[in-house]
Design a protein around this ligand. Structure first.
Ligand SMILES: Cc1cc2nc3c(=O)[nH]c(=O)nc-3n(C[C@H](O)[C@H](O)[C@H](O)COP(=O)(O)O)c2cc1C
Length: 391
């Protein structure tokens, strides 16, 4: 029976990269890299245990030292990180998954403490609501150009490390989103202005990444783009803005788009009268120009199948693959009844969760993980409100 699932079928991107199945591991920061961003053995083990899905999007890596967002963060900011990143790519490949590295600059979503005394930078000198005392400085025009080149250099390192692609992290309120948001971008140069001018930074990053990929990749290499559909701040990104962004992205040289949502079926948080799901609106605008990855509360095989039936090309899972590293093997082996949907805190070592991630799950994500030792009623609701979490 299980063999009939369409998510078990291979998926071929237009550029030729072929996935063994249509399940994607969503990027999940483990907060377990060394102090400077070097890959740790715990991370290698964590990814090795989860190989077997079609594609693993490895947790976000910073592209420069000023763009670091949190402690224990992976880095692709220097050539010295390539040997460690190669171990990660090999771990992901071990049971046939394709390996994509998510790359970012955190912009203002960091702190002087994380940056060892340096002031965070962003599109404009506007503090984030969540941390009003941490006022960033605006990047100069030359610095903006440098960050764009940093995205390119990081992509070259991902190629050298043996990855099959990079995902440009334009979601979860990091620098790319800060340039798109009317809250954080009040620039009057060519990087700011109306909704279309606020897309210029994203376009320039895509152009540079595509340029270096075409010049350096000896085999087909994916370039993906992740975005968040809404911001709660006022002013902030509204779904109408995002649909314009999606229309633009659909004509860019990227291989896939990826919505970042805590619940893939969610409709607008800002317009409760509009019940159409955000992903449905997004798919209509894409109009088959690009494959879309949907994520958010996909746990069971039926959930994954429903995402594909709704029009997603690929179904991504974050928390469920933390709980159940053998999810795809169990489905393939007709052993669905043993899939873990609840995690005992005593099994976190057993399922290979690195120490930094264990701490994060037991604090920031306590209500969102389906731990067996606590009340989890309402966790879906709480999780759905959090758009900028976890990296
Ligand atoms: C612990 C944790 C870390 C995360 N780290 C990242 C990250 O590095 N990059 C990112 O884009 N999203 C990150 N996310 C969001 C996930 O990719 C995903 O969108 C979210 O967990 C919803 O999917 P799920 O319901 O399958 O967990 C993280 C989520 C969690 C729980």
């Amino acid at each position: 029976m299980s063999k009939d699932y369409q998510f078990l079928k291979p998926y071929q991107f237009t550029n030729g990269v072929t996935l063994p199945n249509r399940i994607v591991m969503a990027p999940v920061t483990t907060q377990s890299s060394f102090f400077d961003g070097t890959v740790s053995d715990e991370e290698v083990k964590f990814y090795k245990m989860r190989s077997g899905v079609g594609m693993v999007i490895v947790e976000v890596a910073n592209i420069n030292k000023d763009g670091k967002g949190f402690e224990g963060e992976l880095s692709v900011a220097d050539d010295r990180f390539i040997p460690g990143l190669r171990k990660l790519a090999n771990a992901v490949h071990s049971k046939g998954s394709k390996a994509v590295l998510q790359i970012f600059d955190a912009g203002r979503k960091t702190s002087r403490q994380i940056l060892r005394g340096d002031q965070p930078r962003s599109a404009s000198a506007v503090a984030p609501h969540r941390n009003p005392d941490e006022v960033p400085r605006a990047l100069t025009e030359q610095e903006v150009e440098q960050v764009i080149r940093d995205f390119g250099a990081a992509s070259v390192r991902a190629i050298k490390a043996g990855f099959d692609g990079v995902e440009i992290h334009g979601a979860n309120t990091y620098l790319l989103q800060q340039f798109f948001s009317p809250h954080s971008n009040q620039r009057t140069d060519r990087w700011g202005g109306d909704v279309y001018q606020r897309m210029n930074f994203a376009k320039a990053v895509i152009k540079e990444v595509r340029r270096v990929v075409d010049a350096n990749a000896a085999r087909p290499f994916l370039v993906g783009y992740r975005f968040s559909p809404e911001e709660l701040s006022d002013p902030g990104i509204r779904i109408g803005d995002t649909l314009k962004l999606v229309d633009m992205l659909s004509d860019q040289p990227v291989d896939y788009l990826h919505t970042s949502l805590g619940d893939r079926k969610r409709s607008s948080l800002l317009d409760p009268d509009d019940q159409e799901s955000l992903n449905h609106k997004i798919l209509k605008v894409i109009a088959d120009r690009k494959p879309l990855i949907e994520v958010g509360n996909i746990q069971s095989p039926a959930d994954a199948e429903a995402a594909l039936n709704d029009g997603a090309a690929l179904a991504a899972m974050g928390r469920e693959l933390l709980r159940e590293p053998n999810w795809i093997e169990k489905v393939q082996a007709d052993d669905e009844k043993t899939i873990r949907y609840v995690l005992s805190p005593t099994d976190m070592d057993l399922v290979g969760l690195p120490g930094g991630l264990q701490t994060e799950l037991r604090t920031g994500f306590l209500n969102a993980m389906n731990f067996s030792d606590q009340q989890t009623a309402d966790f879906r609701h709480q999780f759905g409100q959090m758009e900028g979490f976890g990296g």
